[in-house]
Design a protein around this ligand. Sequence first.
Ligand code: THU
Length: 169
Amino acid sequence: MPEFTLAYERYTNDDALTPADRHLLQKARETTRKAYAPYSFFQVGAAILLQNGQVICGANQENASFPAGICAERVALSAASALYPGIIIQALAVSYLPVSKETGMPLSEKANHPISPCGICRQSLLEYEQRQDHPIRIILGGMRGEIIVIPTATSLLPFSFSAKDLAAE
Ligand code: THU
């Protein structure tokens, strides 16, 4: 039977990361503070490293009409693409920080494991990766603890629907 395999890296903490990955994850962590998440109390930060060395960040932006909210990953992707169209996205780091519903204070002790992009973000990442024909390295971690590094966005979405299908005759 055919099978998918997903090769990824797993680290118990920041120490074993490359300096570049650690720096990008730190930017994602800092960016959680820029979230607008008054409904979920779940602040997410994403940081993108472009091939020109620029780091572009984004945080989730919610809305009273819940589906109108946008995840941190797509905020960062849109910002990077608008500010630097055509510049290759090398890596994307994601972190998060739940906050207390009562006090609004950060609950950093709860952010001790990685979170992974949602299905819509995976679809979006896939298309950016295919357009640029260059892998996007994905670094996932909380405020502390385990970190997962996935070498390509496409590997997160097996049997994906893409522009190639639309173009098929
Ligand atoms: N969220 C993100 O921004 N990125 C993820 O990877 C997971 C979820 C946001 C969406 C929503 O604003 C909140 O987290 C709770 O789902």
